[in-house]
Design a protein around this ligand. Structure first.
Ligand SMILES: NC(=O)c1ccc[n+]([C@@H]2O[C@H](COP(=O)([O-])OP(=O)(O)OC[C@H]3O[C@@H](n4cnc5c(N)ncnc54)[C@H](O)[C@@H]3O)[C@@H](O)[C@H]2O)c1
Length: 320
């Protein structure tokens, strides 16, 4: 069967990059981008686009049927910081959006579903260092609660209804093609723009806040690899731990100074500090490595090198 992908939330930080990568792989006409946004980002404007809310079940069904979709990537969600400001809507979007795609998969309208979870499923009682795949999960954020509930729904639909759903617990993702959408790890993208523009950055997390992070290229590769893996290799149907590198704002600043020696960082922690404090320092992703062959490529040094190079290009292109 010819693969045809639908990306829901395609105008977001990950959606844009995933759309680009899948169009490269499957051909532009085989990847339908969709989002509630009316204005399509230039980067993905050259291929098919549907203006679509994942909460509109009838229209979602119609888009999936009319394009003969075989795989759905459901990236629509309210992220950690924005979820705290609007808990009821975060629950509505993060839960019902997922359930709509699970139910349409259960009906047999398409074959594979990818849905991302997050390190936010962990909480204050979770072991922080090399957090295991199976461990205490007591999220204390609206976002984390919705992601943990989502994981339970994924496993339930896989077991009870044989839905072929695949999921990854993304760490904080760092990329240069698209802007982050309201998460607690957004500082690790913004810092590069401010470092290059003004050699100064005021960080909303404290200097010692260690968090698991990942270069966007690695995350997109993992997303495509897990979705393409033979079904029997996907032994976890809730969500897989996934790791790239871990660093604190202070360590990131030291690495940036190797490229921009006069870079200065100051710290003004806000409400996002308590979210970050409840999450792991580092992740044990051995199950993803052994089950479907995951391997990260970017460590902190490489990530910083690549971000400085690409953000410099972005800023000089916008200055022209
Ligand atoms: N970016 C990260 O670091 C990170 C980390 C862990 C997990 N995730 C997860 O990955 C997914 C994508 O994250 P992102 O960073 O790209 O988020 P984002 O906020 O940048 O993008 C989300 C996109 O979904 C769209 N959207 C919102 N409501 C919608 C609706 N009703 N119907 C259709 N589209 C809708 C938004 O317009 C936006 O373009 C989310 O599930 C998020 O929880 C992201």
């Amino acid at each position: 069967m010819q693969r045809k992908a639908l990306i829901i939330g395609a105008c977001g930080q990950i959606g844009i990059e995933l759309t680009l990568a899948l169009r490269q792989k499957l051909g532009s006409s085989s990847v339908i981008a969709s989002d509630v946004k009316e204005i399509v980002p230039d980067l993905i404007a050259d291929g098919p686009y549907e203006h679509l809310s994942v909460l509109d079940l009838d229209r979602l069904r119609q888009v999936i049927v009319s394009h003969q979709i075989t795989e759905v990537y459901n990236m629509a969600a309210l992220l950690s910081a924005t979820s705290e400001m609007n808990p009821a809507f975060a629950w509505e979007l993060n839960m019902n959006g997922l359930l709509h795609t699970l139910n349409l998969a259960k009906e047999g309208l398409f074959q594979r579903l990818f849905w991302p979870s997050s390190i936010a499923v962990f909480g204050p009682s979770t072991p922080r260092i090399h957090t295991p795949q199976d461990t205490i999960m007591d999220p204390n954020s609206v976002y984390g609660i919705s992601k943990l509930a989502g994981e339970r729904w994924c496993e339930y639909y896989a077991q009870k209804h044989q839905v072929d759903v695949r999921s990854i617990r993304y760490p904080g993702l760092i990329g240069y093609r698209s802007a982050p959408g309201g998460g607690t790890t957004d500082y690790a993208v913004d810092i590069f723009y401010k470092a290059i523009e003004s050699a100064k950055y005021a960080c909303f997390l404290g200097p010692q806040t260690m968090l698991p992070m990942m270069m966007m290229e690695d995350a997109i590769r993992a997303t495509i690899d897990i979705t393409e893996a033979p079904s029997e290799k996907i032994k976890i149907r809730s969500s897989y731990n996934l790791a790239g590198c871990s660093f604190t704002p202070e360590e990131l600043a030291i690495e940036i100074r190797k490229h921009i020696p006069n870079f200065e960082i100051t710290y003004a922690p806000d409400f996002r500090q308590s979210l970050a404090d409840s999450w792991p320092d580092s992740i044990d992703d051995s199950r993803a490595r052994s089950d479907w062959g995951w391997a990260h490529q970017y460590d902190t040094r490489l990530l910083v090198e690549k971000m400085i190079e690409e953000v410099r290009k972005n800023l000089s292109a916008t200055a022209i």
